[in-house]
Design a protein around this ligand. Structure first.
Ligand SMILES: Cc1cc2nc3c(=O)[nH]c(=O)nc-3n(C[C@H](O)[C@H](O)[C@H](O)COP(=O)(O)OP(=O)(O)OC[C@H]3O[C@@H](n4cnc5c(N)ncnc54)[C@H](O)[C@@H]3O)c2cc1C
Ligand code: FES
Length: 289
């Protein structure tokens, strides 16, 4: 059980120091893959709802270990439940992976510029995800599904390294069963028993069922994948102004104060993490700052 330091209720924190976390209790932990897990959280204290927009992130504090940015992966129409899906890669994420129901995390947020889902109203929407990149895009999919009539075709292209790395399997199956969503999954390397597509996610773009003259694309995954996806979208004829990507950079404050995530005039935490591809395409050629 994690120890809980001096934290106050969500309402009290919002009224004072924006750098101080509010306590959220873990209601459920779900194992997604070998190294990736989802936690469902509820705020402690009087405020029982947590509104956010698809694509926003929180600074998540594992008490006594450290604080990291993690996107919100839940449904924006269910504000009673805060959901984060995290891959255990280092100190903080591995400590977070050990937490269980009843443990408490510190949360600051939501921060950042969301996916421009409204821009896709009346148009086709193409969501392209690589690996853990499906987590920050899932709230956008929930939004699209809740307001399905506002969009033209809805296409999800999702790629992972192996079948064992596929996130949200049951949900993907449910979405695939719907006649009004086009869901395509591919893996870089197949294992025996895999009957689906094999190949990187960009190989699915040429034949994906959307109208490139009337679509908005949202891409999240490793930077090289986002770069090649944007290039394939351009080859299909999609206007680069209609392509959006979500960037990951090291962050400390998350609110534009420390300069840790700064690249030229851009602060990834407050000007992003979601950007028009045209604005950040040079950044995608650079390594982590
Ligand atoms: C806006 C934003 C949203 C994010 N959303 C999510 C999310 O929804 N889910 C999620 O799992 N992560 C997300 N991340 C990434 C997450 O913040 C990092 O994985 C985390 O900060 C790593 O902290 P750590 O202390 O566990 O690792 P560290 O101890 O800092 O790093 C340990 C090792 O892991 C490597 N490493 C660090 N980050 C990554 C990474 N992302 N992938 C692979 N290796 C890495 C480091 O290079 C280092 O070698 C997001 C990042 C940003 C900026
Ligand atoms: S993380 Fe501090 S300015 Fe962006």
């Amino acid at each position: 059980m994690a120890t809980v330091p001096d934290v106050r209720s969500v309402a009290a924190v919002e009224e004072s120091n924006p750098m101080q976390s509010a306590p959220f209790v873990i209601r459920r932990v779900r194992c997604e893959t070998d190294d990736t897990f989802t936690v469902e959280l509820e705020p402690l204290g009087e405020k029982k709802e947590y509104s956010f927009s698809p694509g926003q992130f929180n600074m998540v504090y594992v008490f006594g270990v450290g604080e990291i940015p993690i996107s919100i992966s839940g449904d924006p129409e269910i504000p009673q439940l805060l959901v984060h899906t995290t891959r255990a890669v280092g100190t903080v994420t591995k400590a977070m992976a050990k937490l269980r129901r009843g443990d408490v995390l510190g949360i600051r947020g939501p921060y950042g510029v969301p996916w421009p889902v409204e821009k896709a109203y009346g148009h086709d929407i193409v969501i392209v995800a690589g690996g853990i990149g499906l987590a920050p895009l899932r709230p956008a999919l929930y939004h699209v599904i809740s307001h399905r009539e506002r969009f033209g075709k809805v296409v999800l292209l999702y790629g992972t390294r192996t079948p064992a790395d596929i996130l949200f399997r049951a949900e993907l199956e449910n979405w695939r069963a719907r006649f009004d969503l086009d869901i395509f999954v591919t893996v870089d390397r197949a294992m025996s028993g895999w009957k689906g597509n094999v190949g990187v996610v960009t190989t699915m773009i040429p034949k994906a069922p959307f109208d490139p003259r009337d679509s908005v694309a949202m891409i999240c995954g490793p930077e090289i994948m986002m770069r090649f996806t944007a290039m394939e979208m351009a080859k299909r004829g999609l206007d680069s102004d209609s392509v959006f990507v979500s960037l990951e950079r090291n962050m400390k404050c998350g609110i534009g104060l420390c300069g840790h995530c700064q690249f030229g005039p851009v602060f990834v935490c407050k000007d992003g993490p979601v950007f028009p591809y045209t604005q950040v395409k040079d950044m995608l050629l650079k390594r982590e700052i």
